[in-house]
Design a protein around this ligand. Structure first.
Ligand code: KG4
Ligand code: ZN
Length: 430
């Protein structure tokens, strides 16, 4: 009750000051990055600090939840302090604190939530609970606001006057990360954003497929950046991977999504043309590796990768690590994944009349994905936007940015805020 009272008091006393500065401290700890950032009025990043746990999880080839919680506990205080000092601010300058409440790992989320609650209470600040998926969408909007204000009115004028016409348009957002491959219609209304789920993966997320295939091929963790770098040196037409059309609604009725990562919404009510499935391609890569005797090469690569923890940048470096046959396999895998993401995203945009496409989440950092989506959008005369590379993967600036319209709408965190590992975003499109 004390925290609730503090938030109520903060709500009343801080609101006017907030209108002048609008400084939100964002905290993100849903998976394997401990992050904090200060964003002004959802439109100007004053600092963004990310402490990555890659080195901790790399030797296991994936995130170990217990280790993630421990690392968050170690990092959270210095990361928040650094974010404030880089922004040249103290807690007294802030107007609110925003924290990721889900989806994500329960223990990891709890570290961020508990710390954010304590900070809000101690500093008499309102607390906002932000959905991680909404955060990823706001990473794109933040970049758009920053580009729109750069060299023009300046940031202090806030988002309303710096917004370009297209920023009010109905958008189709593809959130493509290690935990999600979801399509949402996003529409601004009454000062906040409203989301409708229109598509999703039935099993693995696209980033999960990258990570699993990279592990199978003896590459580093996370797999996305390794495959991204190596794919440039392979022939993407060498291995003909294909995706079967997902079966009809009647067939899916009553069936639950097949993996833990996918268990966030019923699927039978979604248009099967906008459903993804990435577990099959992982098995197809495994079969190719066995049939072409590439397993020994993959095994030998593990030590080399651990010794030199950086994806190859030149053809010579790539060939020192992988045979040409493996490079061709990697390039073909990536081509197929991106092709499937494009096919369904553009089909959904056309069918739903979206005026622009937002592509976000860790996989949106991919070079080939950005090039091919951009070319196709231009061919169809559609507006397309991505976050900056740094804001594609998990960060806290996106959480602080997503919190700004919620702060204006006074949508504060419930007094009994807790971690919501399976939190969903938006309504389902019937
Ligand atoms: O958004 P994110 O940091 O965390 C989640 O919310 O899941 O996404 C992490 C995922 C990982 O699966 C990683 O392999 C993938 O994004 N990723 C990439 C690239 N960079 C990160 N996938 C493809 N190409 C990249 N350049
Ligand atoms: Zn994420």
């Amino acid at each position: 009750m004390l925290i609730a009272d503090a938030r109520h008091y903060a709500t009343l006393t801080r609101y006017t000051e907030m209108m002048t500065r609008g400084l939100i401290l964002g905290i993100e700890s849903s998976c394997d990055e401990t992050a904090a950032a200060v964003v002004e009025r959802g439109s100007r990043t004053l600092s963004s600090v990310v402490a990555s746990q890659i080195a901790t999880h790399a030797r296991y080839g994936g995130v170990v939840p217990e280790l993630a919680s421990r690392e968050h506990l170690r990092a959270i205080v210095p990361v928040v302090r650094t974010a404030l000092s880089e922004a040249n601010l103290t807690f007294a300058d802030l107007d609110a604190i925003a924290v990721t409440s889900g989806p994500g790992l329960a223990g990891a989320l709890l570290v961020g939530i508990t710390y954010a609650e304590a900070l809000a209470f101690a500093n008499n600040l309102p607390l906002l609970a932000i959905n991680h998926l909404e955060g990823h969408i706001h990473a794109v909007l933040l970049k758009e606001h920053e580009s729109a204000t750069a060299g023009s009115d300046g940031p202090s004028l806030g988002i309303r006057r710096s917004r370009s016409a297209s920023q009010d348009a109905q958008s189709l957002a593809l959130v493509v990360s290690g935990g999600h491959t979801h399509l949402y219609l996003a529409l601004p209304a009454d000062g906040t954003w409203h989301y409708t789920l229109v598509g999703r993966t039935l099993d693995d997320a696209a980033g999960e497929a990258y990570d699993k295939v990279a592990k199978l091929l003896g590459l580093g963790y996370p797999g996305g950046p390794w495959i991204d770098s190596l794919a440039r040196f392979g022939n993407s037409g060498a291995v003909p991977f294909s995706f079967a059309q997902i079966k009809t609604k009647a067939h899916l009725a009553g069936k639950a999504p097949r993996t833990k990562a996918a268990k966030t919404a019923p699927i039978a009510r979604l248009d099967p043309h906008f459903l993804f499935s990435f577990s099959g391609i992982k098995t197809a890569v495994l079969r190719y590796v066995e049939l072409h005797s590439l397993r020994a090469e993959a095994k030998a690569r593990v030590c080399k990768v651990l010794a030199n923890f950086r994806p190859p940048q030149t053809r010579e470096e790539a060939l020192a690590l992988c045979s040409q046959e493996t490079l061709d396999l990697i390039a073909s895998f990536q081509r197929a994944i991106i092709g499937d993401l494009m096919k369904k995203t553009f089909a959904a945009a056309e069918s739903l009349g979206a005026e622009r496409i937002l592509v976000t989440g860790g996989v949106a950092a991919n070079r080939e994905l950005r090039e091919r989506f951009t070319a196709e959008a231009s061919r169809r005369c559609l507006h397309i936007a991505f976050p900056t590379l740094a804001l594609s993967t998990d960060n806290a600036a996106m959480i602080a940015a997503a919190a700004w319209p919620r702060l204006l709408a006074r949508e504060f965190a419930a007094p009994d805020l807790s971690a919501a590992p399976s939190l969903t975003l938006g309504m389902i499109r019937e």
